[in-house]
Design a protein around this ligand. Structure first.
Ligand code: MLT
Length: 261
């Protein structure tokens, strides 16, 4: 499905009935990374999965995609679908966007799922690294970025098919989309101050082998978030929902059950 949101064409999935949950993909992927969760939740929930601007089949406008811009797109999509409140879930960059959404649209958040993400902003070194990756993609294309980042995304025992699938997500993304999001992530604010103010039910979930948003850092995020639940998914890296879908879906179901309409 597609909709005209904030001046661009966004592609999304909207499946099932019941309490709405929005799943926001990470960088540089697409909504299809949540396919195992759509399959696992659709019988009991309304699952909304956008391709963010610049990614998947959505339009790839020029410019920097700040987390606020992405959050406004999610709010616009909810308006389009007539949804006042939803559970907002995000993986990694999707989590940064969930924080931005919470800052801007707190009254629309019924619950939060923060998967393999970080509350801290980029360090100065991290921001410089983003520009290195911008130049890498400009000169050598998304495949070169895939070569660089893939070794850090998946747990050591991840099967080759999963490597191929994730490489496909990255290689199918247009350079402008990658660059827009890299520059947007570099600008994101520190969300640490937001955590103690969170009053909605929150699931903090991370792969045991995630080296980009490590379990210790996510435990700190959980400790700072009142009433949150913390789950470590064994045998998963940074892409826990894709790597260990059964365990991830079980954690989601446990968390979501009390929020059912
Ligand atoms: C992601 O998976 O979205 C990225 O690791 C986020 C980032 O580069 O900070």
């Amino acid at each position: 499905m597609h909709a005209h949101i904030n001046g661009i064409q966004l592609v999304y999935e909207d499946r099932g009935l019941g309490t709405p949950i929005v799943l926001i993909h990470g960088f540089p992927f697409r909504g299809a990374m949540w396919q195992p969760q759509v399959a696992g939740l659709v019988e009991q929930y309304r699952v909304i999965v956008p391709d963010l601007r610049g990614f998947g089949d959505s339009e790839v406008p020029p410019g920097t995609y700040t987390m606020d811009v992405f959050a406004d797109d999610i709010a616009g999509l909810l308006d389009e679908l007539g949804i006042e409140q939803a559970i907002i879930g995000g993986l990694s960059m999707g989590g940064y966007i969930a924080f931005a959404f919470l800052r801007r649209y707190a009254e629309r958040v019924r619950g939060l799922v923060l998967a393999d993400t970080r509350a801290l902003p980029d360090t100065e070194e991290g921001r410089a690294g983003r520009e290195v990756n911008v130049r890498l993609v400009e000169s050598n294309g998304p495949g070169a970025l895939a070569d660089k980042v893939l070794p850090n995304l998946l747990a050591p025992a991840a099967p080759m098919e999963l490597h191929a699938q994730v490489r496909g997500f990255i290689e199918q993304t247009q350079p402008q989309g990658i660059i827009g999001a890299l520059r947007g992530m570099a600008q994101r604010p520190d969300s640490s101050d937001l955590l103690p103010t969170i009053t909605v039910p929150t699931l903090v979930v991370v792969g045991s082998d995630d080296i980009l948003s490590p379990p210790e850092e996510m435990r700190t995020l959980h400790n700072a978030t009142p009433g949150s639940r913390f789950v470590v998914i064994p045998g998963a890296g940074h892409l826990a929902p894709l790597e260990q879908p059964d365990a991830f879906n079980a954690a989601l179901h446990d968390f979501l059950a009390p929020l059912k309409d």
